[in-house]
Every structure is written in C-alpha cells, then in structure tokens.
Design a protein around this ligand. Structure first.
Ligand code: ZN
Length: 189
C-alpha cells in the first residue's frame, strides 16, 4: 500500500513535469515557427524586389528605353560634346561632370535644354541676370525642357527627363557669357 502511494506520487510528478515541459516545448516550437515564417517572408520579399529590378533593367536594355548621356564641361568654357542624339519616346539620363578646378562663381557650368524657337541671344541676356535662380531665367521657364544644377569644378549632377518630340533642340550653359561657346545640338530622332 505504501509502495503504491509512492508510485502514484511519482507518476503524478512525472505527468506534471511532462505536461509543463510540453507546454514549454510547444511555445518554443511556435516561436521558432513564427521566426522562420517571418524570415521566409522577408527573404521572399527581397527576392521578389531583386527579380523585379533585374527584369526592369533587362527590359530597359532590350527596348532601349533609356538613353544614358554623359557630358563634361572644363575650365576652358567647353563641353566635350557638340551633338547629342536620342530617340523619341526615350527617357534620357544625362550626367554633367565639371572636370575643371575653378569655382562655380567664376567658371560655373550647367546643361540647359531649350525649345527650338527660343531666342538664344535674349535667353542668354535674361539668364545672365538670373543669379538668384542659378541662371535659369524665370521668364523663360516654359522654354526650358530640362536643366541640371549649376556646378563648380569637380562637381556632377544627373537628371532624367523624357525626350521631347522629334526635332533639333539646343543645349547650352546659361552661366553669364558661356552660351556662345558652350552650345550644342540635341537631336531627337
Ligand atoms: Zn559654363
């Protein structure tokens, strides 16, 4: 009888202990499952993003939807390109590098694309007195299709814009006195 009672106590204790451990284990498994789920979801999301980006890059490369243009301006008041040609409907990603050493105040360069009917002489005069707006004259805003920031030596700026309708446009630097030398044709085929 005494043995039986002892056995009962042992079994009860064991059962309680197992029950308790089971709950703990259950909780641990649940937490682990949740962590795995979260990690899998995160991994799936980032994989999805990576695939999407890769597909977009391939699409751009295949369709030629983006035209990447790099142009430089130097301390001799010159661009290294006289002509830029893109296709209608393309996105243009243009980077201007000021490869000189002089400051923005003495040898500033930007890249400004203007509409074909723009009076370049008048535009240049208006730009020269538009220091407050980085030499982009407010009264000619609707003539300007796209423009970079005004840069000093060693600086760069990139812009993206939609190629305008087919035609021949002018690009120039609107820093006072620069547009006569720093001027080129932007051709949209
Ligand atoms: Zn310039």
């Amino acid at each position: 009888m005494r043995t039986l009672k002892f056995l009962f106590v042992v079994v009860l204790a064991a059962t309680l202990s197992i029950g308790c451990n089971d709950k703990k284990a259950e909780k641990t498994v649940k937490e682990a499952t949740e962590t795995v789920k979260e990690n899998v979801t995160e991994a799936a999301e980032s994989a999805k993003d990576a695939v999407k980006e890769a597909v977009e890059e391939i699409q751009e490369a295949v369709s030629g939807d983006v035209s990447k243009v790099t142009i430089a301006g130097n301390d001799k008041m010159q661009y290294d390109l006289k002509t830029i040609t893109v296709k209608a409907g393309q996105k243009v990603e243009l980077t201007l590098n000021h490869i000189g050493k002089m400051s923005k105040q003495t040898m500033g360069h930007n890249w400004v694309l203007v509409k074909p009917d723009t009076d370049l002489g008048k535009f240049g005069v208006a730009a020269a007195s538009a220091a407050d707006t980085d030499y982009i004259p407010a009264e000619y805003e609707d003539q300007v299709i796209a423009h970079t920031k005004m840069l000093g030596g060693g600086e760069s700026d990139s812009i993206t814009f939609d190629a305008p309708a087919p035609g021949t446009y002018t690009f120039l630097c609107s820093f006072p006195g620069h547009n006569v030398l720093m001027r080129g044709e932007f051709i949209v085929e």
